[in-house]
Design a protein around this ligand. Structure first.
Ligand SMILES: Cc1cc2nc3c(=O)[nH]c(=O)nc-3n(C[C@H](O)[C@H](O)[C@H](O)COP(=O)(O)OP(=O)(O)OC[C@H]3O[C@@H](n4cnc5c(N)ncnc54)[C@H](O)[C@@H]3O)c2cc1C
Length: 370
C-alpha cells in the first residue's frame, strides 16, 4: 500500500480481513491528519462498520442550506435519510477518523517516513522502490497517495489534476458563544462563494469558506484571516464569528482540483483507491466516503476472486461507475457555487429550494444507497 491516509489505512484493514499480508508505506514520519472536520454520509458510516472501525462521531440532526443573506433555501430531511439508508450522517474530526483507522490496523506492517518513488511489475510480482533506495516486493500494489499519486502517474500517465478555479479555507473553533447547536450544520451560498459551519464532536465548530481565486494558495499581506474577513465580512454573524474566533495560524487553505473520470484504475498487479483513483471536489462531502467504499469493495473482491486479475476486475465493476458519478456530481456542484451573476444565483437558490423531497432523495440514492 502506497499511502497511509484515510483511503490507504481503510484499504489495508479490508485487505487484511481478506487474508492478505499488508504493508503500508506512508511518506510522513507520523500518522496524523489536518485539523478539520468531515461529514460522513451513510455510505461512509456503513463502510466503517463493515471494517469494524469505531470512531468518535456526532450524529447530524440538522443541515440547512441558506442564502448568504440568511434566507433559508432547504433543510435536509435527516430523519428520513437515516431511515432510508439504514445509518446516520455523522460529523467527525479528521484526526478522529484517521486515528480510528490507525488503531484498527495497528503498528505491524506500518512503515512511516517511507516514501514510494517508483514500481516495476511483471506476471509474478510488483517491486516497489522507496526514496531511501530500498526495494520491497509483493503480489500487488495499491496506490493510495491521494490527489498527486505517483503510482497513478506511472500507471495511467494521464497528467496532472485540474484546478477548478476555486479555493477553500478551513478552520476549527470552540463552539462557546457561537449560535450553532451540537449536530447542526449550515451551508450558505453567495455569488461565486459558499461558507459552511458544522458543530462537530467535542464542542467544536468546523468551518469552510470557498471563493473563486487564482491558483496558488498564497495569503495576502494580512494573512488568511484578513483575506477571509474581506470576502465574508458582510455574511451572517455566525460566519464572521467563526472566522474571528479562529487562530490565524491554524487556518488551512487548499485549491480545489479534480480529474476527468477514467474507466480503469488498474493495470496488471497495481490498482488505485481514494483520491488517487477518483479525486473530486469537496462539494458533496463524499471523497472520504468513496475512499471507504473502495476499501470495502477491494477487500470483498479479493475474498471472492481466484487471482489478482479477477479481483481487480470485480473491484472496478463494483466501484468505477459509482465513484465517477460522484466525481461528476461534485464537479457540477462546484460549478454551481461558482455562479456570480445575481439573477442566476437567485435562480440556482430558488431551484434548490423547490426541489421536491423525492428528487432530493433520488439524487442521494445514487451516492449514498448501498
Ligand atoms: C476542504 C475539503 C473538505 C472535504 N470534506 C469532506 C467531507 O466532508 N466528507 C468526505 O467524505 N470527504 C471530504 N473531503 C475529501 C477527503 O478529504 C478525501 O477524499 C480523502 O482524504 C482522500 O483520502 P486518501 O487516503 O485517498 O488521500 P489523502 O488523504 O490525500 O492521503 C494520502 C496519503 O498518502 C501519503 N503519501 C503521498 N505521497 C506518498 C508517497 N509517494 N509515498 C508514501 N505515502 C505518500 C500522504 O502523506 C497521505 O498520508 C474533503 C476534502 C477537502 C479538500
Amino acid at each position: 500500500m502506497a499511502g497511509g491516509g484515510i483511503g490507504g489505512l481503510a484499504t489495508a484493514i479490508a485487505l487484511r480481513h481478506a487474508g492478505l499480508d499488508v504493508e503500508v508505506f506512508e511518506r510522513s514520519s507520523e500518522l496524523s491528519e489536518v485539523g478539520a472536520g468531515l461529514m460522513i454520509w451513510p455510505n461512509g458510516t456503513r463502510s466503517l462498520h463493515s471494517l469494524g472501525v469505531e470512531i468518535h462521531a456526532l450524529k447530524v440532526s440538522r443541515i440547512l442550506l441558506s442564502t448568504w443573506h440568511g434566507r433559508s433555501i432547504l433543510e435536509y430531511p435527516m430523519h428520513t435519510i437515516s431511515e432510508r439508508y439504514g445509518s446516520d450522517v455523522a460529523f467527525v474530526h479528521r484526526r478522529a477518523l484517521h486515528a480510528g483507522l490507525a488503531a484498527n490496523f495497528g503498528k505491524e506492517g506500518l512503515h512511516l517516513a517511507a516514501e514510494v518513488s517508483d514500481f516495476e511489475q511483471d506476471e509474478t510480482d510488483v517491486r516497489v522502490r522507496l526514496t531511501d533506495g530500498s526495494v520491497v516486493s509483493g503480489d500487488v500494489l495499491v496506490g493510495a497517495e491521494g490527489l498527486r499519486s505517483g503510482v497513478r502517474r506511472r500507471l495511467l500517465g494521464d497528467g496532472d489534476p485540474v484546478y477548478l478555479g476555486s479555493t477553500v479555507w478551513r478552520g476549527i473553533v470552540k463552539s462557546d458563544g457561537l449560535a450553532l447547536p451540537a449536530g447542526h450544520g449550515i451551508n450558505w451560498f453567495g455569488r461565486g462563494a459558499e461558507f459552511l459551519a458544522f458543530h462537530i464532536p467535542d464542542d467544536q465548530i468546523y468551518w469552510g469558506g470557498v471563493t473563486k481565486e487564482p491558483r496558488g494558495e498564497k495569503p495576502g499581506p494580512g494573512g488568511h484571516k484578513d483575506d477571509l474577513l474581506r470576502r465574508f465580512g458582510a455574511w451572517p454573524q455566525l460566519v464572521r464569528g467563526v472566522i474571528e474566533a479562529t487562530d490565524p495560524g491554524a487556518i488551512l487553505r487548499n485549491d480545489m482540483y479534480d480529474r476527468p473520470p477514467v474507466k480503469h484504475w488498474s493495470a496488471g498487479r497495481v490498482t488505485l483507491v481514494g483520491d488517487a483513483a477518483h479525486p473530486m471536489t469537496p462539494n458533496q462531502g463524499q471523497g472520504a466516503c468513496q475512499a471507504l467504499e473502495d476499501a470495502v469493495a477491494l477487500g470483498e473482491s479479493f475474498k471472492g476472486a481466484a487471482g489478482v486479475a479477477e479481483a481487480f476486475a470485480l473491484y472496478e465493476r463494483r466501484r468505477v461507475r459509482r465513484a465517477n458519478r460522484v466525481v461528476t456530481m461534485s464537479h457540477q456542484a462546484t460549478r454551481g457555487v461558482q455562479i456570480e451573476n445575481q439573477v442566476l444565483c437567485a435562480l440556482r437558490d430558488g431551484f434548490i429550494g423547490l426541489l421536491p423531497q423525492g428528487i432530493l432523495l433520488r439524487t442521494l440514492d445514487s451516492t449514498v444507497a448501498a
